[in-house]
Write a protein that binds this ligand. Sequence first.
Ligand code: AMP
Length: 415
Amino acid sequence: MSFDSFSFDQRLVAGINACGYVTPTPIQSQAIPEVLAGKDVMGLAQTGTGKTAAFALPILQRLLAAEATKRGPIRALVLAPTRELAGQIHENFIDLGRQTGIRCAAVFGGVGFNPQIKAVSQSTVVVACPGRLMDLINQGAIKLDKVDMLVLDEADRMLDMGFLPDIKRIMSHLPEDRRNLLFSATMPKDIKKLADRILKNPVTVQVANTAPAKRVSHAFYPVDQHLKGRLLEALLKEIEHESVIVFTRTKHRAKNLARKLDRIGHQATFLQGNMTQNQRRRALDGFRDGTFRVMVATDIAARGIDCDRVSHVINFDMPDTAETYTHRIGRTGRAGRSGEAFSFTTPDDKVIVRDIERTLRLRIDSHTVEGFDYDRLPVQQHVSHKPKVHNGARRPHKSGGNRRPRRSAGREKRA
Ligand code: AMP
């Protein structure tokens, strides 16, 4: 299938060409005709599958076909959970719609109100995070009474982040007669409920949740908690990598690890919940343009990072759920490239390891890094009076054989 089969307006074709898209991705082939036909759509797909263009293109096409005015009123509203994702969707609309003249505004927290209020008053498409959008609604600064296309993107994450009440309130400001699209990487019960509530006779389009697994190879690296930092250094030396995302469990670990890596010569930055908009943008732009080759991030902060050059995702700390694992590794193996997902596992991670294997229907092999001293004692024990007896040979690491006291990572506040 080619983009020609959708008979898009030439101005949109120009945008598609400028973005370098030649062939629609599977989610695009499935979703675009349905949205063009005015159907409600439930899209099961994660970031990295091309899902943004799967809704942006038909929305722009419908606006062009309806000869919608280009500088408002707002006809299409896209809700996204994080500023990064909202920013990326906004950029996608701008890039694809560049020749159409249709204005698109982004609405998210952490930046001043006035420029956003001005932008929304002159836009036909708005991409928004629910919290800031509610602020604008409450201030009477935005009119949504002409919205006839609504997209909820990464709906599962929006619910995880507690946005359901805001979403319900936002919906009460929209006209009843509208098209609705809901995208989600997963389909837990509460998403099903939300879909039942919002979508009318929806068509379900799905690209298999295991899609990244085909392009991503997985490996576990069993290691004691206190050796994770050293193992990461050793691994980064050993592997040939382009851009790498390292996931940690807490904000502090993300920041400290990035600083440590940067000190020893890896161009590293971090992304976590407590950053100003400018700091985030600097980190993200630097990661995208290759100034930083390693990004250390927490789950929430990393939502929607869009960088095609990510060759490796490293789970420095394991995620809590198999779904989060799938989200994390969705950052690599994108746009047809292959990627690798490495996970540092401790004996405490047995349950999640099993869940991941079951969810992906894969048996994931455990690996060791050649020459790495897996028997090294924690720092506290080095300074004690008990000298370490070592015969010089590296003992093969046995997963599950964690004999040393481990520093807990669990006490810090999560991002
Ligand atoms: P998304 O899942 O929307 O975040 O898209 C993932 C990446 O794929 C983005 O960098 C898009 O620009 C890119 N992309 C989307 N559609 C296509 C396509 N048809 N051909 C090539 N790249 C695409």
